[in-house]
Design a protein around this ligand. Sequence first.
Ligand code: ADP
Ligand code: MG
Length: 621
Amino acid sequence: RSNAQKYEFQAEVSRLMDIIINSLYSNKDIFLRELISNASDALDKIRFLALTDKEVLGEGDNTKLDIQIKLDKQNKILSIRDRGIGMTKEDLIKNLGTIAKSGTSAFVEKMQTSGDLNLIGQFGVGFYSVYLVADYVEVISKHNDDKQHVWESNADGAFAISEDTWNEPLGRGTEIRLHLREEAGEYLEESKLKELVKKYSEFINFPIYLWASKEVDVEVPADEDESSDEEEKPESSEEEEETEKGEDEDAEDKPKTKKVKETTYDWELLNDVKAIWLRNPKEVTDEEYTKFYHSLAKDFGDEKPLAWSHFTAEGDVEFKAVLFVPPKAPHDLYESYYNANKSNLKLYVRRVFISDEFDELLPKYLNFLKGLVDSDTLPLNVSREMLQQHSSLKTIKKKLIRKALDMIRRIADEDPDEAKDKDKKDVEDSSDDEKKGQYAKFWNEFGKSIKLGIIEDAANRNRLAKLLRFESTKSDGKLTSLDQYISRMKSGQKDIFYITGPNKEQLEKSPFLERLKKKGYEVIFFTDPVDEYLMQYLMDYEDKKFQNVSKEGLKLGKDSKDKELKESFKELTKWWKGALASENVDDVKISNRLDNTPCVVVTSKYGWSANMERIMQSQTL
Ligand code: ADP
Ligand code: MG
């Protein structure tokens, strides 16, 4: 093409494309959901702009916010078009030639070794999956601010962009034409495409149409030649058929007609556009929630989310929300925890997608949740910045936290492994095997988030503390909770005992436990570095104080001999205190905390525990 300009792909993109082209990855289907997801994103963008400026939508067909899929069997072309925001020439160069998101090179690396392309959408490179099935791709795009352009590439390290002077004008939006590879013929089957949309794109919030064939019975004069009729079919347009039909009906008196099958084409709607969150939760099946989660999280593994909560909030601020606990934590959940914006909630206002980067909806420690919020209370015609300041967001956030914590608690309540020490009732409620072990799974994936929550969220500290799990001297290698600990407390025991250290094995041998164990007291093992910080914030639970057994202040009940012993060893402790320089120890005391070990070094009440010293040292080294 005379006006084509050539560009090289960014090296990383080239590498990615090479991997995709040569991929033996068997699930090539994923390209379609990536293209539909991009079309849906583009539609979201134009709809959002139209909130403040109606003009951007234009008129006529341009106002139809939908996605259309068409097949050209003869030329082996599959095309997907949307009336979304479109791309300018600059956009095409930038979006389909470079990778903006960080972390992609790690993904490319990973893909090279694992070959698993399923996560491609999560890494912001979903578009390139088209090369799983096509060897040549054209992207025709029209943005309001530019002329129509064509981007094309056969994945040989370069792409070309031309001003489009030969295709039909799109009005606005993007059409992607996939020139399918020889072995990708199945994607020219309508049934295959219908199946894929159903499987992966059911919850797209814009109508998805397929230009689909339909067999209809047509009455024709009995003497008409069938074969010539058949030849006309593909060409005949909708209107013509309708008039033909009409004529037939008019001519009802004609004695000799016969029925023949004729193939006609029409747009067939493939998805049910009614948003799942607007439906009555009682009428949504588990399977639907699971599929919705997959599409929302772009996580198309076969695992179910660990839990979900679908609710309507009423009152001053009205909104509907669906929250999910994913089955697995993303690999980078705690990376740059304090400075990254990683909220995973989508915000809608009156069914219009606004943003998925609203930090104001959930506190950081709940960033592992996925879901969406759709509010009728928030204003529609203001900028994102204005919305971010809106006072209702505080109320929404508060309710979301409450619902999220309830949802997490329910995982525990319904888990038969958890209910062991509790009322019989709970056990009966959760007889199904599916729930078994789910809380331990949750804890392994997201326990750290709960701990960070206790540190950060004073208002919900107690609720979060209920969700804590740990091992203890009496938990028998299993996880246990504070409530269970309390239920096992000895009569007269006032404090909750715990000890911190690098691992359970080491802690079990600690001399600090000797006496406590002998007397039958339970001691919690805290072995995660974050636990040291946690215990600076978690002072008490259900009116019981926490006592680090390696620190000063351990009270194991009064012993009548205490005073006597203190008196008789007065000289020795005094001598000892003098012998050890005062920079090294604060005090030397008689204590009843030990059993076999003659003496032990204890940390002062407000000082760092030995474990904390260890953690701090490893951080500065
Ligand atoms: P992601 O969707 O995660 O950003 P993709 O590789 O799927 O990553 O797409 C890259 C970019 O290309 C998108 O962010 C978007 O800017 C642009 N793009 C892709 N498809 C379309 C489309 N149909 N309409 C408008 N822009 C698109
Ligand atoms: Mg995408």
